[in-house]
Design a protein around this ligand. Sequence first.
Ligand code: SF4
Length: 458
Amino acid sequence: MQAPMNNHRNGQSAAGSLEQLVSSLQPNIAGILDRALLGQDITAEEAEALFGVSGLELSALVMVADELRHRTVGDVVTYVVNRNINFTNVCIKRCGFCAFSRDHREEEGYFIPTGEIVRRAREAWDLGATEVCIQAGLPPQMEGNLYVKLCEAVKSELPDIHVHGFSPEEVLYGSVRSRSTIREYLQALQQAGVGSLPGTSAEILDQEMRDRISPGRISVDQWTEVITTAHDLGIPTTSTIMYGHAETDGHKARHIALIRDIQKATGGFTEFVPLGFIHTEAPMYGHKLVDGVREGPTGTETVKVHAISRLMLNNWIPNLQVSWVKEGLKFGQYMLATGVNDMGGTLINESISTAAGAQHGQLVRPRELHHAIRDAGRIPAERHTTYDRMHVFEGEEDPQHPLDSLEGNLEEIFGSYQRMVKMEGFRFQHPRSAASAGSELAGSNEASPSPSSPTSSG
Ligand code: SF4
C-alpha cells in the first residue's frame, strides 16, 4: 500500500487499519483502491469491477471513499435552503420512469401561473430560502419564451434569489418552441437572470438505454450540447444519474465517466447527485413496459453508487450529494460515510419523487439536517446553490432558522403535490381553449413544432 494516508481522526492507527484492510483484498480490487488513494482517476472498467465487490472489499471501498472525501472537502456537510416549484405536471412526453407527468386530458393536470410562482418564491425568500428550483413537465404548445418570462418575473420581484431552473429537456423544448438555437435560448435565460441549471433529464447517458426506458426523451448528444453550451456561457449546472432500473453496472460506470469527461473539458458542474429509481408508481414498472426493470436499487447498490462516484469524481467534482427525498434522512445520514459531503435542499415542495411513491415527505427543516449531520460526527453548513458557504455551524451553535420555527400543518402552509392535483384553481387548460381565455400558456409568439420537435415523440 503506497498511498500517503491522511492522519485525521485517529491518526496513524486509522491509516494503518485501512492499509491493512486494502492489502488483504484480492489484488485487482486492492490495486484499484490503491490508485484512488494515490489521487489517480480510476477507469470506467475499474469502476465496473468495484460494483461487484462485497464483504471486506465493500467495507474497504466505503472507507476509501470516506478518506478521499475527507482529504478533498473536509468534514463539513452542506445544504441549501430552497423551494421546489414544479409548476406543471402536464407533459407531452411519456418517460417510462415518470409518475409525475399527466396527459393534458387527465383530470389531475395542473398549471401554476406566473403570479403564483412569484408568490411562492417570495414566501420562500421571506422564510430564509436563497434558491428556487423551477422544473416541470413540457405542456403542449407552450409559449416558447415561457421559461424566460418566468425567470424574469421571479428575478424582477426578488433580484437576489438564485433561480436554479430548467432542465436540459426544458431548455431544448423552449428552444424548439421559440425557434431559436440552444445557445440563443440559454443566452435569453441568462439575461433573464437564471443562476444555474439542474443537470437532470440525464438518467443514464447511454442512447440504447434511453430508448428503452424513455423513447423520445432528450438524446445523449442533445443533453451534452445543452450542458456544455451552458458551461461555455458561464451558467453552472449540477449533474445526476438515475440508477436501479434496467441499467447494468457498466452503464453506471460509463455514465459517471462521461460526466467526468465533460467536467474535465468545461469545469461547469457544481455537484453530482445519484438518484435512485422509485418504482412504486412508475409506468414502466407497473405496466411491465421494460424488460428486466427492477424495484429500484438495493441499499448495498446505493452505497456502492455513492462510494464509486466519490472515487471516480473526487479529482473533478468535489461535491457529492445524497438525496434525502430518495433515501430518507436516516439512510441519507448513513451515506455521509460513503463519500458524501452534501445533503441537498430543504425543498419545501417536493413533488416529483412524492408522485412516484417516495415516502420521505416534501420538506426537511434545517434543524433536522443539523441533527443528522452532527450525529454522524460532521459539521453542518448552509451554502448557496453554487457551494459558497454562508454559515458553518461549528460547535453547538444552532440558531433557529425561520423554517424551524414554523408550526402547524406545513402542507396547509405550503400546499402539496397531493393537494395540487385535486385543486380546481390551478387546473390545466389546453392552449386551444386557454387562448380564448387569455391564458399565459399560449402566447401570441408561439411557434409550431418543427419536424424534429420533441412533441412529435411525446
Ligand atoms: S419529460 Fe419530465 S415530466 Fe415529462 S414525462 Fe419525462 S420525466 Fe416526466
